[in-house]
Design a protein around this ligand. Structure first.
Ligand code: ZN
Length: 304
């Protein structure tokens, strides 16, 4: 508990700042609105062909803008402004968790914010929709549908931003369980912090999984996409596994992430990096099974 409080303190001051900016930008003075930039004046271009495809749908509706780590393509300023505040907030949380920082002027991720459901339907046919969040994440770019009446619920934006940042640091890809599990793990904590900064009583909520529902770890780590008949278990279990590995030893977890991003086999890499703690996937599974079944939302164990 003590460790997690310490961990959240710098984050909390960041959130207060983000929340203050967000509430100011909701006021009628457009002073803090994301400044509009001509397309030709953007600091970077998106090499992803899906980006061009998005901008070709009602081409004249798109406006553009950028912040330190993201470039936005949007329809209206009052929709994109809070998204830009939240995206930078999540960037900080994820970079801190990964203990990585990009040099100034490094790659920015592109975020396309659709507002018309018809445009979105037209676009969806070309991208692979992530059923979990309703967004499309492709090669480091994010495509989402949002309008003033259709706000994100829960940790959706944080989850997608986590994917964008993981892709930036690991462009060759990481295993699916790790990508989805980390995105859930980091965005749940961040969302709870964001809520607490606004005066809500929120704890990161992690879902317990009973032993009967667990996907065997050897199977889970080999999956290249969430299994359609166990989508929820896949996300919950991946999140719990990331949480378990990170809290067992943070340095080892980051080491494991780096190795798996270089396509090393899970079994031998785990045994090497977590030596003395888990000798094999079976050894990990035995301890993880107990941990996965704990109710993380209701006790002190929520940060474990
Ligand atoms: Zn995801």
């Amino acid at each position: 508990m003590r460790a997690s409080l310490k961990q959240f303190l710098p984050v909390l001051s960041l959130i207060s700042a983000a929340a203050a900016i967000a509430s100011e930008s909701n006021s009628s003075t457009a002073i803090n609105a994301l400044p509009e930039v001509e397309f030709s004046q953007l600091s970077q271009r998106d090499p992803n062909p899906l980006g061009e495809r998005a901008l070709s749908i009602h081409r004249d509706q798109w406006k553009h803008g950028e912040t330190e780590h993201f470039i936005y393509h949007f329809v209206s300023s009052d929709v994109v402004t809070p998204i830009s505040v939240e995206a930078e907030f999540h960037y900080r949380v994820v970079a801190k968790e990964l203990q990585r920082e990009q040099p100034p002027g490094d790659t920015k991720s592109h975020i396309y914010v659709f507002e018309r459901p018809d445009d979105w339907r037209q676009f969806q046919t070309v991208g692979g929709l992530e059923k979990w969040t309703g967004g499309i994440h492709s090669r480091g770019s994010l495509f989402i549908l949002r309008d003033a009446a259709n706000k994100f619920s829960g940790n959706t934006l944080g989850h997608e931003v986590a994917h964008l940042i993981l892709h930036r640091f690991y462009p060759d890809g990481i295993p699916c369980w790790l990508d989805e599990g980390f995105a859930q793990y980091v965005s749940k904590g961040a969302h709870a912090s964001y809520q607490r900064a606004r005066g809500y009583d929120a704890k990161p909520h992690s879902h317990a999984i009973t032993a009967a529902d667990l996907i065997p770890l050897a199977t889970l780590v080999g999956m290249t996409q969430p299994p359609s008949d166990q989508v929820e278990t896949f996300y919950d279990e991946s999140e719990r596994l990331v949480r378990f590995l990170a809290f067992t030893d943070k340095a080892s977890f980051l080491n494991l992430l780096d190795s798996l991003a270089r396509h090393q086999p899970f079994d031998s890499t785990l045994a090497r990096i977590y030596s003395g703690k888990f000798m094999s996937v079976e050894g990990l599974e035995e301890k993880f099974r107990e941990y996965a079944a704990k109710d993380a939302g209701s006790s002190q164990h929520d940060s474990m």
